[in-house]
Ligand binder design. Structure first.
Ligand code: NAD
Length: 270
């Protein structure tokens, strides 16, 4: 006999009222970080947001205003001290942090467009520092501010685990990112800090435009994925909201696919 569903005593809502979050990776209104930030804010969270540099500032500042973000600071993770300044500002203003959303990746053009076989040591290290080690740094800086527990999130892609043509150096970099998620989850779990990645399907963003044949990648996803489509930024944002919320307090070390099911398919003949 099936058990009757338990009736909730009050309506189910994802509420982040009073929660403090940091979002790193908004470049413009197409950024996956922007959609996530909108969802966090709509659920009541107060947000700190960053922009890469003075060139990016005019695009990010109006979005930060829409979020009523009280902390808006420059953050290029390759510039010494900038990431630390962001965390200092958070500590000063809020004294704590409940969640952080890491949504950045970068590789030199020649490495993104060239074979992994030809990737230079410098290019590889630079891509790793910006796209992967920055998550480790953020987790370390967040640790003392998350003394009541917290949620650390990042974004990955299927190219971390299977070869995706033209993903090149980002494949091993995302593989390292996903392994880092598991190790950080292991180390920070005893403090109630959860660490998860969203493995997102292909979405047309500025970062995506750097990947050659991206349109073909979207076509292939649409052909193969069980849902016969790719995903949109809003679907990624909603999942980020879920991971930031108390609805996922037992989920950590997870790579959560938001890819219309693409990753489950092997050989598909249609
Ligand atoms: P995007 O271009 O909007 O965001 C990339 C962000 O990385 C930008 O805000 C950029 O300023 C930031 N960045 C680059 N170098 C940096 C540095 N040195 N310091 C700080 N920030 C830096 O593109 P997006 O698609 O929203 O990318 C966000 C994340 O999502 C990336 O990790 C990307 O790999 C991942 N992702 C994207 C897709 C997709 O199809 N768009 C799919 C899966 C995963």
């Amino acid at each position: 006999m099936t058990r009757p569903l338990q009736q909730p005593t009050k309506p189910e809502v994802l509420d982040l009222s009073g929660r403090k979050g940091l979002v790193v990776g908004i470049a413009n209104e197409h950024s996956l970080a922007w959609s996530s930030a909108e969802h966090f804010r709509n659920a009541g969270a107060d947000l700190a947001v960053t922009y890469l540099n003075e060139k990016a500032r005019p695009f990010v500042e109006p979005l930060a205003r829409e979020l009523s973000a009280p902390i808006v600071l420059p953050c290029d993770v390759s510039v010494p001290g900038q990431l630390e300044s962001v965390f200092n500002a958070i500590e000063k203003r809020w004294g704590r942090l409940d969640f952080l959303f890491h949504s950045i990746a970068w590789a030199r053009k020649e490495d993104l467009h060239g074979r992994l076989t030809d990737c230079s040591a410098d290019g590889f290290a630079e891509s790793m520092l910006i796209s992967c080690h920055s998550l480790i740094r953020m987790a370390k800086l967040a640790e003392p501010l998350m003394d009541q527990g917290g949620s650390v999130m990042t974004l990955s892609y299927y190219g971390a685990e299977k070869v995706v043509d033209h993903y090149n150096v980002m494949g091993p970099v995302k593989a390292a990112l996903e392994a880092s998620v598991r190790y950080l989850a292991h180390e920070l779990g005893p403090k109630g800090i959860r660490v998860n990645a969203i493995s997102a399907g292909a979405v047309k963003t500025r970062a995506a435009s750097g990947i050659e044949h991206f349109d073909e990648l979207i076509n292939e996803t649409t052909r193969k994925a069980p849902l016969r489509r790719t995903v949109d930024a809003c679907e990624v944002g909603r999942t980020a909201l879920l991971l930031a919320s108390d609805y996922t307090t037992a989920i950590t070390g997870e790579i959560l696919y938001v890819d219309a099911g693409f990753h489950i398919e092997g050989m598909v003949f249609h």
